[in-house]
Design a binder for this molecule. Structure first.
Ligand code: XBP
Ligand code: MG
Length: 257
């Protein structure tokens, strides 16, 4: 049995509700700037979330909803430019109005950091988006809290492929038995399990609460914070009403027993 040495966090939907309140808003702003009359609703976006990655999501939208659409100029360039404009809007939204972290995220990160637990990120989103969220919603120096920030196109295949978690563990120089992943989606579960990580905590959100998390070690509504107890949806009970470091060490043992 290996000791738990690192926590690898997903970003979107896990650290913050960035999908609904960040990415979706930024996509629609970029479409309007480009003179496109596309308006992704919260509902349509729920379907589009089956595909991870913003560029990949735009392509999936076109295939599924506008199969006859042809941009002026080269298709890949059109998608890349639209996506770059979306990233600019996203970064601006992280500053104004900014987005809160989900309950207990800051508490757990601070506890883990103080205890010397190594921290990493594995996400499909663009690196600049991660930086913008961490700086504005956590702390000015929050990027330095993480030994590894694995993001976006650093690997060719995005979640549900395991590549981003494999890459993060290579950078950490740790095997799967020493790591726990914290995720919010079924695509995340597939990626984590494909990378050989068994220790998996899920915090659900409105987009993901009905997905299949039977492969997770523990499923909660959120991590829990002062006055906001965490509710266990599947897996072993929490001793306190929060997911703290003791709880993570316990579920790590449980996952590998
Ligand atoms: C997150 C995503 C991301 C964002 C968009 O998935 O799918 O693609 O929605 O980011 P996960 P970019 O939480 O599973 O990592 O537009 O920067 O690609
Ligand atoms: Mg996510």
């Amino acid at each position: 049995m290996k000791q738990l040495q690192a926590l690898i966090f997903d970003v979107d939907g896990t650290l913050s509700d960035t999908e609904r309140d960040g990415h979706l808003v930024a996509f629609n702003k970029a479409f309007a700037d480009a003179g496109l009359d596309w308006n992704w609703t919260v509902e349509i976006y729920g379907d589009l979330l089956t595909v991870t990655g913003g560029k990949e999501r735009i392509k999936y939208f076109l295939e599924r909803y506008l199969p006859d659409f042809r941009p002026e100029g080269e298709f890949e360039t059109f998608v890349a430019d639209l996506h770059a404009a979306k990233t600019e809007h996203y970064k601006a939204l992280m500053v104004d109005p900014g987005l809160p972290l989900r309950p207990g995220v800051e508490r757990l990160l601070r506890e883990a950091r103080d205890a010397g637990m190594r921290l990493a990120i594995a996400t499909t989103t663009t690196p600049a988006n991660v930086t913008a969220l961490l700086r504005n919603s956590l702390a000015e120096d929050a990027e330095d809290w993480f030994d590894v920030i694995a993001a976006g196109d650093v690997v060719p295949a995005k979640k549900p492929a395991p590549d981003i978690f494999v890459w993060a563990m290579e950078q950490l120089n740790l095997p799967p038995e020493s790591c726990m992943a914290i995720e919010d989606s079924d695509n995340g579960v597939k990626s984590v399990r494909g990378a050989g990580i068994r220790s998996l905590l899920i915090t659900v959100n409105d987009y993901t609460r009905h997905q299949d998390f039977s492969d997770a070690t523990l499923v909660v509504d959120h991590l829990g914070d002062e006055g906001q107890p965490s509710k266990v949806l599947a897996g072993p009970d929490l001793v306190n009403d929060q997911v703290d470091l003791d709880a993570l060490r316990n579920i790590h043992q449980y996952a590998w027993k």
